[in-house]
Design a protein around this ligand. Structure first.
Ligand code: ATP
Length: 217
């Protein structure tokens, strides 16, 4: 069973902690505010009230043995930096942090966070992609990471009737075609001679940005 320490039980941290626990993980939830700790109560394995800037406290509760530590304190750069340094010092490899902006993200990455996310940015990017997608009746997309996804999109008008080799999608757009949907059938053997017909749907892999640009064509 994977073990998680969730530090900071605001809206994001408390929801994440409860969700991980519901899905069978062992979760130690940590917050300086006893009210937040009381609220999460039975929804985690153990809820601790204390200051995570204090490394001796983290050691006392053996936070260093967790597989993952999530620092869910976006609003205070100083505090999240110090806590991330403490967790790194305890030897936790998978430190995941919430940041408020790109500068905050860069600092946390430099001091040992393995993954840093800015929830508002990521949600906005994904919402934009899904809204654009539904406009063009693109089906759905699969998130692969915070940068890359697989998406389905109708063949843009300027590509219909063309060969895959002619549109140069990888070099020009940084995206690969991994399949072409024809109704319920999916063609996966794509060659430069494959012709893109109007009714086909492209299955693409690439960055959110690149996928969004193609879906707008
Ligand atoms: P939200 O998820 O609600 O958007 P946020 O990113 O705005 O949260 P804060 O509300 O500032 O961040 O902090 C999240 C939680 O972290 C709060 O419940 C706060 O009490 C807790 N917290 C702040 N400092 C510490 C600390 N030193 N040790 C442990 N918990 C802390």
């Amino acid at each position: 069973m994977k073990t998680f320490a969730v530090i900071g039980l605001g809206r994001f941290g408390s929801r994440l902690a409860a969700n991980l626990y519901e899905n069978g993980a062992e979760v130690i939830a940590f917050d300086i505010d006893p009210v937040c700790v009381d609220k999460i109560g039975n929804s985690v394995t153990q809820a601790i009230a204390g200051d995570a800037c204090d490394i001796s406290l983290l050691k006392r509760f053996d936070i260093g043995s967790c597989d993952y530590a999530i620092v869910a304190i976006g609003s205070n750069l100083g505090v999240s930096t110090l806590i991330t340094m403490n967790l790194s010092e305890l030897g936790i490899e998978n430190i995941i942090c919430k940041a408020q902006n790109s500068t905050h993200k860069m600092i946390l990455e430099k001091i040992g966070a393995k993954q840093v996310f800015i929830p508002e940015h990521e949600f906005a990017d994904r919402l934009a992609l899904s809204l654009i997608s539904s406009d063009k009746s693109i089906m759905d997309y699969i998130e692969l990471s915070d940068k890359y996804a697989i998406d389905e999109t109708e063949v843009p008008k300027q590509w219909t009737g063309k060969r895959v080799g002619d549109i140069n999608i990888r070099a020009k757009h940084g995206v690969n075609i991994i399949g072409i949907r024809h109704g319920d059938d999916v063609e996966v053997e794509i060659t430069p001679d494959t012709v893109l017909d109007e009714s086909a749907v492209l299955i693409l892999i690439g960055s959110y940005d690149a996928l969004r640009k193609i879906s707008k064509m």
